[in-house]
Design a protein around this ligand. Structure first.
Ligand code: SAM
Ligand code: DTB
Ligand code: SF4
Length: 314
């Protein structure tokens, strides 16, 4: 396990050297001509009881996002079919819940997972905290991956969220792992954290045994009304460093260039791909925030000579 000082030394290397090392690691473990296309859909938007300072869906803040009721299974499957037709291979369903509660809403999510898998797509969910039993039921329904981000370092976490702890997060990741579902866990940069916080987050993710199969690297999308709504946008080169360091510490993971891509030039995104990012969220909306539209990403991949990765259903 690398020490914080070692990870920091890596992160702070002259950028060409960092890129060289990250790209070498990338070539060793992955195809360099493919990008995984994941589509996202918010199946239950807004009204969340948690107070995550970055999140427009928290009921603690007055934002333009309001609480809506859950989407129906058939609506979700229609969107999934469209995503597949557009080239996505993974479909990720998000809910603004603190934790999963037993009942019709969870039963519907299980039905959505079955339907998404029946379309030949990988299915991912992000629903908040899970018990072991719920994780097993998601696995039985065919869930491929569960997204649950550690977001930042243990230290910085306290100043971002007060309604749950870092250990709550780690416990859910363990339940997901124990149920045999692949783990998707990453974080956000640009929330006022230090570079050491970013390195600590990567150390914690890399120390999970086994490490996550998939690591989303989000740049904060500052949303008006949230406590972090007026933070400046992330310097794209800082995102490149984060992606590169993630690639070196998590050689086998898919590193996903996640929220914040709309603010990036094509060139910055290509640097991220060179540094080891090999997955993106694909489609004009993330959960509530905008994302580049299908045609823009198709054009980016074409200009870069990259192609969509095929599904690798687990
Ligand atoms: N409620 C569930 C949870 O928190 O695990 C699932 C949905 S939640 C919106 C999923 C992730 O989106 C968060 O963990 C966070 O990393 C990311 N996220 C939310 N708002 C964001 C923002 N404004 N900018 C960047 N990432 C954001
Ligand atoms: C992840 O790491 N990023 C996605 C996904 N996992 C669920 C969510 C980004 C949300 C950005 C803000 C929004 O759309 O509300
Ligand atoms: Fe709720 Fe998830 Fe948003 Fe936190 S990040 S407020 S848990 S929807």
């Amino acid at each position: 396990m690398a020490t914080l000082a070692e990870v920091r030394a890596l992160h702070d290397l002259p950028l060409p050297e960092l890129l060289y090392r990250a790209h070498s690691m990338h070539r060793e473990h992955h195809r360099t001509d493919e990008v995984q296309l994941c589509s996202l859909l918010s199946v239950k938007t807004g009204g969340c009881p948690e107070d995550c300072s970055y999140c427009p869906q928290s009921s603690h803040y007055d934002t333009e996002v309001s609480a809506e009721k859950s989407l129906s299974v058939s609506d979700v499957l229609q969107v999934a079919a469209r995503a597949r037709a557009g080239g996505a291979t993974r479909f990720c369903m998000g809910a603004a819940w603190r934790e999963v509660k037993e009942g019709p809403a969870f039963d519907q999510v299980l039905e959505m997972v079955r339907g998404v898998r029946a379309l030949g797509l990988e299915a991912c969910c992000t629903l908040g905290m899970l018990t072991g039993d719920q994780a097993h039921r998601l696995k039985e329904a065919g869930l491929t991956a569960y997204n649950h981000n550690l977001d930042t370092s243990r230290d910085h976490y306290r100043s971002i969220i007060s309604t749950r702890t870092y250990d709550d997060r780690l416990n859910t990741l363990q339940a997901v792992r124990d149920a045999g579902i692949t783990v998707c866990s990453g974080g956000i940069i640009g929330m006022g954290e230090s570079i050491d916080d970013r390195c600590e987050l990567l150390r914690t993710l890399a120390a999970l045994d086994p490490p996550p199969e998939s690591v989303p690297v989000n740049a904060l999308v500052p949303v008006a009304g949230t406590p972090l709504g007026s933070l400046p946008s992330v310097d794209p080169l800082e995102l490149v460093r984060m992606v590169a360091t993630a690639r070196i510490l998590l050689p086998r993971a898919r590193v996903r260039l996640s929220a914040g891509r709309l603010a990036l030039s094509r060139e910055a995104q290509l640097l991220c791909f060179f540094a080891g990012a090999n997955s993106i969220f694909y489609g004009e909306k993330l959960l509530t925030a905008p994302n580049p539209d299908f045609s823009e990403d198709q054009a980016l991949l074409a200009a870069a000579g990259l192609k969509a990765a095929s599904a690798e259903i687990v």
